[in-house]
Design a protein around this ligand. Structure first.
Ligand SMILES: [Zn+2]
Length: 243
């Protein structure tokens, strides 16, 4: 395992120690992830059952320690962008994917059964080998729970002295002409993140969040993404972002 992979695992584990517990977190480079990910264009991705799909690779490299969260990182793309040590972009990408693991996939209890793996494999191949389907609003894969979790991870990273930027988080619904939106979103979670930085994220997410964040989600982000108001068409606005 490379140093960047070890650092990556340590980073996300340190920000949510209770959520990851003792279960493994596999950070796999695109270059070692095999044929399925050859045309992979996003900075990173994760999905249900990814640990099982990567199991042969993980066994071969003597890393398999049972079921756990898994993330494939496009190491070549990130190195091209940020140089050999990856720089801060990798941290943002990892926080983005860690939020998927914690808020949606379930780090310890991903319920995927081996029988559904062929279908998942096909879904990944379709998703990573073609540009993102712009007819699907970004809120389809990135819901309010994911956003709240991500912003908690962002604040925790800052509290620990990491130099992660809002831009590197790849929040897919920040309008290009309104980048301050990321700052406003983060601001709405700052107090909760400060007060609850030592509480498991799963516990935090099980309870209602900041009302300002809810209000922005319902009143602005959903209409923006669905093109229902504000005159926006998100497909013209959105930027390339991690998967
Ligand atoms: Zn994502």
């Amino acid at each position: 395992m490379s140093d960047w992979q070890r650092h990556s695992e340590n980073l996300i584990r340190s920000l949510a120690p209770e959520d990851f517990g003792s279960s493994p977190v596999y950070i796999v480079g695109k270059s070692e992830a095999g044929e399925l990910y050859r045309d992979f264009h996003a900075y990173a991705f994760t999905t249900h059952g990814l640990d099982l799909l990567l199991k042969p690779v993980l066994i071969q490299s003597k890393r398999w320690r049972g079921r756990g969260g898994a993330v494939v990182v496009h190491d070549e793309l990130l190195q091209k962008r940020d140089g050999r040590d990856f720089g801060p972009a990798l941290q943002g990408v990892l926080l983005h994917e860690a939020s998927h693991l914690i808020s949606d996939i379930g780090v310890v209890s991903d319920p995927v059964i081996p029988e559904s793996l062929p279908e998942i494999r096909e879904g990944i191949a379709a998703a990573v080998s073609t540009p993102t389907d712009k007819r699907i609003p970004p809120t389809y894969w990135h819901n309010l729970k994911w956003l709240r979790c991500l912003l908690h991870l962002y604040w925790r990273a800052l509290f620990c002295g990491h130099e992660v930027t809002l831009e590197s988080l790849g929040i897919p619904f920040i309008p290009r002409n309104y980048p301050e939106m990321a700052c406003i979103l983060a601001g709405h979670v700052e107090q909760e993140a400060t007060e609850k930085q030592h509480i498991p994220l799963s516990e935090i997410l099980a309870n209602p969040g900041p009302i300002e964040l809810d209000a922005l989600w319902i009143g602005y982000i959903l209409p923006f993404c669905e093109g229902a108001s504000h005159g926006y068409r998100y497909e013209e606005e959105r930027k390339c972002h991690p998967g």
